[in-house]
Design a protein around this ligand. Structure first.
Ligand code: IPM
Ligand code: MG
Length: 366
């Protein structure tokens, strides 16, 4: 059985970090004798320049015919004023990719590696000797996709619509409860039920689903309070489940607790099993963007993308042992004191993107 992985480097630092991730995938696959076929395709601004569309049909087709997708990042100032706006990389590639591939469940683990506690933006007495929480973000519904959306004919009003169906809430709640079951058995559902109808519905449905998970302790929190609690006492959280836009915002906030946006991987999963039945089809990407200001300078942190590969092995290839080996390699590189600029603090001489990738490879082969 050969697994197919679609590799979409995208824009900005995307190609640099994906190079390092691809090296890691190759080394791990060889070590565990996992047969892989990697196929690259264009996505984002680079695809727009080459084909006139940020998500060419061939790219979407390749993803559909793969077991997993590894994505770098899309977008940059060059394409910020592309008209119509629906052809900008973020809206024209990333969102349709998620939607077309049915990737409704976005897992964003925020793990503070012990070695990085000094670079967390929180005081060490708050983060202690580590932090481990998981944001489960609904990814294909809510205000990102609801209709109607747009400008009025006179140009004086703009509209976005937040819509959630019962089945959309139910399936992401199940992902949240299942994740909590495998971890600390605590699920916090985040909403804005004091104001929004979709949030009141969200809470109702989550409570309904909770009857299937008596082992999981469910709580509810308003999103503004959650934003505050994340910096006041992040250790109270195990798994957070929330709707699309709240999850977007809270996961960026959670990432800074871990020291850098450059450390956080993500997995976006649907419900389609992979071709060989080893796992679930998914798309894996760092949560950071294309960082055009540092692109091409060999200073970007490749660890979020490398950690995304661990999630790829875990969730889509059913290879937990391979995932653990990648995560352990990253841990040991950090324990040995190696840092890229974003996690260097003041003291160290930072490694470049390639050099950090090589350190992880060395640790993998050790
Ligand atoms: C993310 C990003 C995207 C989002 C943007 C680039 C459309 O911020 O993956 O968190 O809002 O989902
Ligand atoms: Mg975001």
């Amino acid at each position: 059985m050969t697994f197919k992985i679609a590799v979409l480097p995208g824009d900005g630092i995307g190609p640099e970090i994906i190079d390092q991730a691809v090296n890691v995938i190759g080394a791990v696959a060889a070590r565990f004798s996992i047969a892989l076929e990697l196929n690259s395709a264009l996505v984002g601004g680079i695809a727009y320049d080459a084909t006139g569309h940020p998500l060419p049909d061939e790219t979407l087709e390749l993803c559909r015919n793969s077991d997993a997708v590894l994505l770098g990042a899309v977008g940059g100032p060059k394409w910020d004023s592309v008209q119509p706006a629906s052809l900008r990389p973020e809206v024209g590639a990333l969102l349709p990719l998620r939607r077309e591939l049915g990737l409704f469940a976005n897992l964003r683990p925020a793990t503070l590696f012990r070695a990085l506690s000094a670079v967390s933006s929180l005081r060490s007495d708050i983060v202690g000797d580590g932090l481990d929480l998981l944001v489960v973000r609904e990814l294909t519904g809510g205000i990102y996709f609801g209709q109607p959306k747009g400008r009025s004919a006179d140009g004086l009003t703009a509209t976005d619509t937040c819509v959630y169906s019962k089945s959309e809430i139910e399936r992401i709640a199940v992902v949240g409860f299942e994740a909590a079951l495998k971890r600390g058995k605590k699920l916090c559902s985040v909403d804005k039920a004091n104001v929004l109808e979709t949030s009141r519905f969200w809470r109702e449905v989550v409570i309904e689903v909770s009857s299937r998970y008596p082992q999981v302790e469910l709580s509810h929190m308003l999103v503004d309070n959650c934003a505050m609690q994340l910096v006041r006492n992040p250790k109270q959280f195990d798994v957070i489940v929330t709707e699309n836009m709240f999850g977007d915002i809270l996961s960026d906030e959670a990432s800074m607790l871990t020291g850098s946006l450059g450390m956080l991987p993500s997995a976006s999963l649907g419900s389609t099993p992979t071709a060989g039945g080893a796992g679930t089809f998914g798309l894996y990407e760092p949560i950071h963007g294309s960082a055009p200001d540092i692109a091409g300078k060999n200073i970007a942190n490749p660890l979020a993308t490398i950690l995304s590969c661990a999630l790829l092995f875990r969730h889509s290839l059913g290879a937990e042992d391979a995932a653990v080996v990648i995560e352990s390699a990253v841990t040991s590189v950090l324990n040995a004191g190696y840092r890229t600029a974003d996690i260097a603090g003041n003291a160290d001489v930072p490694l470049g993107t390639v050099e950090m990738g090589n350190k992880v490879l060395e640790a993998l082969l050790a």
